[in-house]
Design a protein around this ligand. Structure first.
Ligand code: PLP
Length: 371
């Protein structure tokens, strides 16, 4: 263990990435300043074309955030008061928030022991006549078991919205996340695997009708200037953010590769570790973009303290799962309802993960894990 730490390890490192592409980003921003079409300008169209291609879908509709994306998707499916939408309690609040904002009821099903994504085996029993959509999440970088979820959803004629805010860039059964169901949604919040320098998001679909609806909802339900056939929101994406995103997309695949290398180093260190921790597992048929490298420990606070003493930052995400959040008390859930979620919430610890971790930094984390 080094006596003097002469570096500060970044949990998420946006500075190194910026140093790499700053000139290109600057030039792109200057172009936007020159043309002056700040909202839904030509860069937005360009980003939508590039992302639709990457995702293997007909339509990409960028939005103002990942949360607004989910809201627009649900609105396009006509979700409203009295409806139910099935999702997971182990996710960022937005997933259930978007459902509740529309007056619909989030119905939770527990997650799998290995991937911490929606357990398809529990899905069928949560479906009722009121179920209007199923919204699985790809937590920490890998998609849910979309094959099984789609099969059950199709049998009941229920559309699936994939919340791919953390797993965009990953694959399931050889197909890109975002293009795995009726609608895919992602976020470009700066700390996501593919982020811009502010808020932003995107929706993906092959369905022409849904694409048109979502495009209208994004701009106040407008079909033509001053003509509003449906209720919408202000969900537009900024041209400067699209310009920045274009340069980030250009290096995204290399970054994913780097993230996988970091993950491999950590996993290898854990294999020869005496620590009682569970390493993350990538599900069969999946790849991961490693939004986070998260381990389970029975003593996460102690482990976090030990890591901190060695200059290693770590974070416990979603330590209070959604079914136990005060805002959702009205849903009537209680402690014990979702045992896997509750275990993962109590035990999880995410390690530094970014494509720009230096070799020495990865080794420092690996050594700390082996002790
Ligand atoms: C970040 C995130 C969102 C919301 O994205 P924003 O762009 O921050 O609104 C939704 N779902 C999940 C799973 C997320 O991680």
């Amino acid at each position: 263990m080094p006596t003097f730490l002469c570096f500060t390890m970044e949990f998420i490192d946006l500075k190194s990435q910026q140093a790499l592409i700053k000139d290109k980003i600057d030039a792109r921003i200057q172009t936007v300043l020159a043309h002056g079409r700040y909202v839904l300008g030509p860069e937005v169209q360009e980003v939508e074309e590039v992302l639709a291609g990457r995702t293997g879908v007909k339509h990409c509709i960028t939005t103002s955030s990942g949360t607004d994306s989910l809201l627009i998707a649900l609105m396009a499916l006509g979700v409203g008061h009295g409806d139910e939408v099935i999702t997971v309690p182990y996710t960022w609040i937005s997933t259930a928030e978007a459902i509740a904002l529309l007056g619909a009821k989030p119905v939770f099903v527990d997650i799998c022991e290995d991937t911490w994504n929606m357990n398809p085996g529990l899905l069928e029993s949560a479906i009722t006549k009121k179920t209007k959509a199923i919204m699985p999440v790809g937590i920490y970088g890998q998609p849910a078991d979309m094959t099984s979820i789609n099969r059950i959803a199709n049998e009941h004629g229920i559309p699936v919205i994939e919340d791919a805010a953390q797993c965009y860039g990953a694959y399931h059964e050889g197909k890109p996340s975002g293009g795995l169901s009726e609608i895919g949604s992602t976020s470009f919040f700066p700390s996501k695997p593919l982020g811009c320098y502010g808020d932003g998001g995107a929706l993906f679909t092959d369905d022409d009708e849904l694409a048109e609806k979502m495009t209208q909802i994004r701009v106040h339900g407008q079909s033509a200037k001053h003509h509003h056939p449906v209720l919408g929101i202000n969900g537009r994406f900024d041209s400067i953010q699209a310009a920045i995103l274009l340069e980030k997309i250009a290096i995204f695949d290399e970054e994913i590769e780097q993230r996988n290398k970091v993950a491999q180093s950590y996993t290898k260190a854990l294999e020869s570790s005496s620590l009682k921790v569970q390493a993350p597992k990538v599900g069969a048929g999946n790849t991961s973009v490693w939004a986070q490298y998260t381990i389970l420990s029975e003593t996460p606070e102690e482990l976090q303290g030990n890591l901190k003493a060695q200059g290693i930052p770590s974070v416990s995400y979603y330590s209070v799962p959604l079914h136990l959040q005060p805002v959702f008390t009205g849903l009537g859930y209680k402690n014990g309802d979702f045992p896997v979620t509750e275990k993962v919430s109590a035990q999880c610890l995410s390690l530094p993960m970014n494509p720009y971790l230096k070799k020495e930094e990865i080794e420092t984390v690996a050594e700390a894990l082996m002790n």
